[in-house]
Design a protein around this ligand. Structure first.
Ligand code: BG6
Length: 453
């Protein structure tokens, strides 16, 4: 079977910043099929040569870690088709040009996923087609259901790839290694021993010129509904029988089904947006004054949500999800807080219980423990076992593209997971739209919103 790749939205930001660099890494690692053809589809009229020039510049900007020979080899595979992705005849032309069994990648705004999939249905797809869909997968549960219906008419579920690049990050992948390849953690990985779990992705970056997309998404749809809930699913799931799409998606879906949104949204969610401030020496304006933002949309740049997983293993353990932009520091980690020991045979003040941290950027794992002190061995001392994870050879998008081209859906979000994740956040969407939860503010560069007393 000859593989090809058709990138719908081939001249967009995602293609230039992440997909082409990911492909260049695969080229460099010798992981692209020799005869792979890549067809980019975009609305503006360009020749193949124009497109290759554009791609070369993007690669120089975003993939200078990849040797120039590999970047050039990738550029030589690229061609361009002008077209409207919602017109079947334009898609037909791109598919014909690509030939073989394509991976059709919807690197598009999610508002046009549905008409694009419908146009693909009308165009007809070659045997063995894989369809990759970027996130967020729709705008709400009804939308996700509609998308799944069309996708299921087009290709079998194991050839749909709902993208979540966090699943291809080593910190996230290491939840699997740590939990299921060691004997140590699993016996204490439950409500009897775990006090609470924090899944935090704070970013010091602001909007970065992405208002066109972000202002209609917000922190909840952009990060929490997908990236943070997927991490929760991997942390909370039962052991899979194998690391493959079928086992992982079944176990993750079980967890998501067990997530009960709390009744009181005002107590269990926080929404906020940033005001002017300084982050890392850079001055940021009020979010509402950023280019392209419509203030009356009330888009949040910060979201918090506390949920519980109502099953035998986790009943009563709060999972605190938090993410935001333009914050003072990049705290990005999953922190498992364990319960205190049942009896402490030491005098003095009670120490902090153990914490296991899985950290992003720099990726690492740390285990905070209480040990006998160096100065006074009868006093306790807090120490941390710290481990840096070796830099990942492939970027997250490189790894995702490798999986898509191989036709393996192990790192994809399944249809059920996508819908369950929307089910979990729908009550928030409703409460926020009804203004049941106030939209707070926080200065850029701060620690986030302070709670009203
Ligand atoms: C993306 C979000 O999916 O993930 C961005 O759209 C966010 O808003 C990004 O900044 C974070 O991931 P990374 O890989 O850039 O750290």
């Amino acid at each position: 079977m000859t593989r090809s790749l058709v990138v719908l939205g081939g001249t967009g930001d995602l293609a230039g910043r992440l997909l082409l660099p990911g492909l260049a890494e695969l080229e460099d690692a010798g992981k692209l099929p020799d005869d792979l053809v890549v067809v980019a589809v975009g609305t503006r009229d360009r020749s193949d040569e124009d497109y290759r020039g554009w791609a070369r510049d993007r690669l120089a900007e975003h993939a200078d870690r990849v040797p120039e020979t590999a970047r050039d080899a990738l550029v030589a595979r690229l061609s361009f088709e002008q077209g409207d992705v919602t017109r079947p005849e334009d898609l037909r032309r791109a598919l014909d040009r690509a030939g073989g069994s394509p991976v059709v990648y919807l690197a598009l705004p999610n508002t046009i996923f549905l008409p694009t999939l419908e146009a693909l249905e009308e165009a007809g797809l070659p045997d063995g087609t894989v369809i990759a869909v970027e996130k967020p997968f729709g705008r709400d549960l009804a939308d996700a259901r509609r998308l799944n219906e069309v996708l299921h008419r087009l290709v079998p579920e194991d050839r749909v790839f709902r993208t979540d690049h966090f699943l291809a990050m080593q910190t996230v992948l290491n939840i699997l290694g740590l939990r299921f390849a060691n004997r140590l953690f699993e016996p204490v990985w439950n409500a009897a021993h775990v006090e609470r779990v924090e899944i935090v992705f704070d970013e010091s970056l602001g909007l970065e010129g992405r208002a066109g997309y972000y202002d209609s998404a917000g922190a909840l749809r952009d990060m929490l509904q997908n990236h943070l809930l997927q991490q929760l699913a991997l942390i909370a799931m039962e052991p899979p029988t194998a690391i493959d799409a079928r086992s992982l998606s079944a176990r993750k879906a079980d967890v998501l089904r067990a997530v009960r949104p709390p009744a009181d949204m005002a107590r269990h969610t926080v929404r906020a947006r940033y005001t002017a401030g300084t982050v890392d020496g850079r001055d940021l304006p009020d979010y509402v004054d950023e280019d392209g933002v419509q203030p009356d949309r009330g888009t949040e740049t910060y979201a918090e949500y506390t949920v519980t997983v109502e099953n035998w293993r986790w009943a009563g353990v709060p999972f605190w999800l938090r993410t935001g932009k333009a914050l003072g520091s990049d705290r990005q980690e999953i922190a498992i807080h364990f319960k205190p020991v049942p009896h402490l045979p030491f005098g003095g003040s009670e120490p902090q219980p153990d914490v296991l941290r899985l950290r992003f950027d720099p990726d690492g794992i740390a285990l905070e423990l209480n040990l006998n002190g160096a100065d006074d061995p009868f006093e306790l001392e807090r120490r941390s076992l710290d481990m840096a994870l070796a830099p990942q050879r492939l970027s997250a998008y490189g790894l995702l593209l490798q999986e898509m081209l191989t036709g393996r859906a192990t790192l994809s979000i399944s249809d059920v997971e996508a819908e369950e994740s929307w089910r979990i956040v729908e009550p928030i969407l409703a409460a926020w739209a009804a203004d049941d939860v106030p939209l707070l503010e926080y200065p850029a560069g701060s620690d986030g919103p302070s709670r009203p007393v």
